[in-house]
Design a protein around this ligand. Sequence first.
Ligand code: 3HC
Length: 285
Amino acid sequence: MKIERVCVVGGGTMGNGIAHVFAQKGYSVTLVEAKQELGDKALATIARNMDRQVAKGALTAADKDAALARLKTATTIAEAKGFEFAVEAVPERLDIKSAVFAELSKHGAPGAILATNTSSIPIGEIAKSAADPSRVIGMHFMNPVPVMKLVEIIRAKATSDATTEMTRALTESLGKIPAVANDFPGFVSNRVLMPMLNEAIECLREGVSTKEDIDTIMKLGMAHPMGPIQLADYIGLDVCLAIMEVLDKGFGGVKYKPSPLLREMVAAGKLGVKTGAGFYEYPKK
Ligand code: 3HC
């Protein structure tokens, strides 16, 4: 099956980045958001991020215009009817994702592959709502999507070899590098990353060091592009907490216990960059 038409469900941080890269690489994309204003907002973000690429010489103005022309928004999945590939990037709740997969199953072309960008919900659970679980797979993009090279591909028990191979080839066509994991809590990326961020937050809570010095130690000492406290703010502290809870529930034991300070920050509504404050302040520009 040749993949030309792609449906992206959800236009938030991850969804707009995913729609951006598919459109940039020549696919016709329908971006589905619950309300037209949200779709318009996602399109404006994509245009702004493409402008950054144009300013850096990574994209020509003509290619930007062509990419935006391949991108349309819709408020229902039915309007994207006939897509060969879908990526779901709606909020991290199984009930919401299940409803999306049931709907995607009705409107795809025969044989369409349904991917989820979930960062923590088991792919096998989401696949239960699809008409054919062998065509359901995890496609975990990293933030910021247009910049990060990795796509973690997650196979559930029912995912077929053909689905995996098509998703791998599609990932490469986006100029990204696929790496495959099985369907365990947190997969590989978040099972390794989140306990590190959580431990950095524990260092702060216990007074081992200041947030600035924790970040400097990991940035300059381990050549990470961002320090762990800064990265937690960037990902979203609510997202970090939700993933730690999935790891804690899945594996138990001390090493996956969410930091009490992380819980406090989330309870206080300080979620990081997206709310203007987390461990650091992010004044509106
Ligand atoms: N769209 C397009 N381009 C973007 C962009 C976006 N949203 N965000 C940044 N860029 C581009 C910039 O234009 C710039 O381009 P250039 O290299 O051609 O000059 C480049 O990316 C670097 O950006 P900046 O110069 O603004 O800033 P930095 O050099 O500080 O880089 C960063 C920013 C790329 C975010 C870098 O700090 C980084 O790599 N941080 C770590 C990010 C990370 O670890 N992501 C994974 C998070 S985990 C995850 O997503 C999984 C989830 O399940 C939790």
